[in-house]
Design a protein around this ligand. Sequence first.
Ligand code: C2E
Ligand code: CA
Ligand code: CA
Length: 438
Amino acid sequence: MNRESLTFSNRRQFMSELANRLRTEGESACGPLTVVLARVQRLREINAELGFDIGDLVIAQAGSRIQSCLRASDIIASVGNNEFALILSNNTPAQLESAVARYIARCREPLIIEGKRLRMRIACGIAYANEHGNTASELMCAADTALVEARNRTCGYAVFKAAPSSVATPATMEFELEEGISRGDIQVCYQPKIELATGSVAGAECLARWTSPTAGPVRPDIFIEIAERTGLIIPLTISTLNSALRQAREWPSVNGKLVPAVNLSAQVLSDGQAVDLLIETADRWEVEPGSLTLEVTESAMMADPDQSLKALRRLHERGIVLSVDDFGTGYSSLAYLKKIPLNELKIDKSFVLDMVEDRDDSKIVKAVIDLAHNFNLKVVAEGVETEMVMHMLTAMGSDFAQGFLFGKPMTSADLIQWLQRPHWTNDNAARGSKAANG
Ligand code: C2E
Ligand code: CA
Ligand code: CA
């Protein structure tokens, strides 16, 4: 470990050091000061599965592993329960990105804690002084925004990029989102789900869309993250569910009723009152058993496994179909899944997208299909973009498929039109792509 690099133990000290350095150094010959925020990923699952003590050790390991890669002039501080902030200087952008890639790789090395082998993953958001902010707090905000983006990237890091024409900071965006939800500005787009054996449309996933009055359309993963962080996710989910149930009444029936599928976040599952609200909403729209699906990711269930189990059982008793979303990316155990009254597994698109070229991916897809069928569960493969993938999934026995091949998420009005056309061809996929999309 490079013991020369300076370490601070809290955010306040770090912010005052950053402010100092910005005053004295500003921009050096070799590029500006850079702030990197590093966050340990999937800590919730680690805590849920292995306990908080191990979670704490993982965080401590992340800190010392990153520190072992630092130079004497670099600074690291622990600034949140699972977050580290760094000040780096004298780097060109290329040197900086390779340094950050090194921290990520160092953290990915196998970790053995109390006899358990783990792999931790960190995500890093990067912001440059001057370019992305002039004050310590502007830079931290920019690095935090980049961190949200970084989580979705395979490389694990992202440099801050202002949203086009954005004047909204995360804090104003939060305020705008709150107003938007209460004004009923959340739109819902629908993506069809096809039954592979018959080619008929079985349902549609309901995906929230929001346009910020100052920053324009905001990507769902970004505003959902804000909503989750601020508790707005509960009213947002209820708003999405209300729109979905209202609009689904207008959909024509094709070989039976189309079932809308709404996404649920962890907070909704761990809040008994939120579950009451979901059930009341279903009652108000007189949802019949089997006519509404709720999609829950493995990680959402594992955030609070006991509460989730209670919530999922109540929803099941109400006749709601339960689907495990992004299956294969989380850490749920089969022992846990067995206890839940599930109906469906949704294979994550990261395995489906390249399954024609990638033998490992296709093996995983096949294994999940067989596993699901052994447990009497239906399978949906998401992220189907090509006919080749569709044919492979059909041969493997997948029950349903969803993806750009059939249609991108579209407004309810476009879905109604789309339902009048045949759904299989690439031609349709091209037309679908013109439909409203976030
Ligand atoms: P998700 O639940 O995994 O939704 C599927 C995402 O995959 C959607 O992105 C969809 O547009 C995209 N997708 C579908 N087919 C394909 C394909 O063939 N290829 C590729 N590359 N992508 C495809 P979207 O709409 O951007 O939503 C992103 C995430 O935002 C969703 O992921 C979900 O986690 C979250 N989300 C959206 N609406 C809601 C909501 O109302 N509540 C909650 N809790 N989360 C939501
Ligand atoms: Ca989903
Ligand atoms: Ca998914």
